[in-house]
Design a binder for this molecule. Structure first.
Ligand code: DAV
Length: 401
């Protein structure tokens, strides 16, 4: 359902309001050994990103280390491929297979080198033990991973928000990012942590799977998460300056979207758009904003509100079908990660080296493809967009609609 916005004007690239200037020359990194009192007095935030396409200067890239098989809880069962169900049941709490993870790790190391070669400062989360079991008054779980910073961290302007993610196994995922968050805070960023969900049984429709209609309910607006308390994953949002697009999904509820809208204020308008998707979780393999005037869509998941983009003069381009072999292990997602791409600026796009049709499309659109091999890394559920969080892009707050 689209929430029509008064702000959807036909003017383009209007430039208004608060402007946070950022750039690597202006940022001095605090030494972690330096006492807080002696931190650098900075006026510029090291965190600054308004959209998916301005020139990328600094990014967090996730980690493979200690990725742990989660328990097959209802909120996971509602979204992951059925082919993973038995594997998760049998291996919950254990690390993912060593050899597969070794390959994924070397792919991610190479991905980091490629980004650095493109002039981007690459930061990494801490290595923590995700297999450690924990309890809250409401539930007991083991962790998952720190592979997908896109799911947790939402950067809107100079604010970096730790999202109230919906999976129990991700309750403590923020811990892997706390060294970075503290550093960004010391250096001037606005650091926010959304209200932590209790994740008690009330947050979940415990009968969602039992109803036997797992694949039909999203069309009726029913998800595995309830409206008991706010929850959202940052990857359900795509930023276009003053307009932010998001979907309701198994990980993002209305109360979560309302919380975010109130938090970021009326400088921004969040629009809910929905795609025809029988297991929605994260918008970035369904609808990807590539640059002003260009949106990439998933032909299997038509977006009901695509006219919003067309009316604003945007080109809507269908992503080619993924080429990942059917028997390739995808524990968490579909193979549509082929369209889960990271823009380095208006002209450069990070695309999987194996996805030739997607590369050809981008080349036809005049984009330069920066090729990375994420075949084994993608088994953990993300492409180059999910594996990263763009902490700083060189740009300002603009309106594109
Ligand atoms: O299967 O399209 C993609 C999830 C990306 N974080 C899918 C889900």
């Amino acid at each position: 359902m689209f929430i029509p916005a008064g702000s959807l004007l036909n003017t383009t690239f209007r430039q208004l309001g608060r402007k946070v200037i950022c750039g690597p020359v202006l940022v001095t990194r605090s030494k972690s050994s330096q006492p807080y009192e002696q931190r650098n007095e900075l006026t510029k935030s090291p965190v600054c990103s308004y959209n998916e396409w301005d020139c990328l200067e600094e990014a967090i890239v996730g980690r493979v280390e200690n990725a742990t098989v989660p328990e097959l809880t209802p909120e996971i069962q509602a979204v992951i491929p059925e082919t993973s169900w038995d594997y998760f049941k049998e291996n919950a709490g254990k690390f993912f297979p060593t050899e597969h993870m070794r390959k994924a790790r070397s792919e991610i190391a190479e991905f980091c080198r490629i980004l650095e070669h493109e002039g981007i400062t690459v930061r990494r989360p801490d290595i923590i033990d995700h297999a450690k079991s924990f309890s809250t008054p409401d539930f007991t779980s083991t962790g998952l991973y720190a592979a997908m910073p896109r799911d947790l961290l939402l950067v809107i302007g100079d604010e970096i928000i730790e999202s109230p993610m919906a999976w129990r196994c991700r309750f403590f995922e923020y811990r892997a990012y706390r060294s970075l968050m503290k550093e960004y805070f010391r250096d001037g960023a606005k650091w926010t942590t959304a209200p932590k969900p209790l994740m008690s049984d009330e947050l979940y429709d415990m009968d969602y799977i039992k109803s036997g209609k797992r694949l039909e309910l999203p069309a009726k607006g029913r998800y595995v998460t309830t409206e008991f308390e706010p929850c959202f994953d940052a990857a359900d949002f795509q930023r276009a300056g003053r307009d932010i697009f998001c979907q309701l999904s198994h990980t993002t509820n209305r109360m979560g979207i309302d919380w975010l809208q109130r938090q970021i204020g009326d400088e921004y308008t969040i629009h809910i758009v929905q795609c025809q998707d029988d297991a929605p979780m994260h918008i970035d393999a369904s609808l990807c904003l590539l640059k002003p005037g260009l949106v990439l869509v998933n032909p299997d998941r038509p977006c009901y509100q695509i006219d919003v983009f067309k009316k604003a003069g945007w080109d809507v381009v269908e992503a080619p079908r993924p080429t990942t072999p059917r028997d390739h292990t995808m524990w968490f997602s579909s193979t549509w990660l082929s369209m889960n791409v990271l823009m380095l600026d208006h002209n450069r796009v990070v695309v999987d080296v194996n996805e030739i049709p997607t590369q050809k499309l981008f080349e036809k659109l005049g984009l330069e493809c920066i090729k990375v091999d994420l075949r084994f890394a993608s088994s953990l559920g993300g492409g180059s967009h999910c594996w990263t969080c763009d902490v700083r892009r060189n740009g300002s707050l603009e309106s594109y609609f």
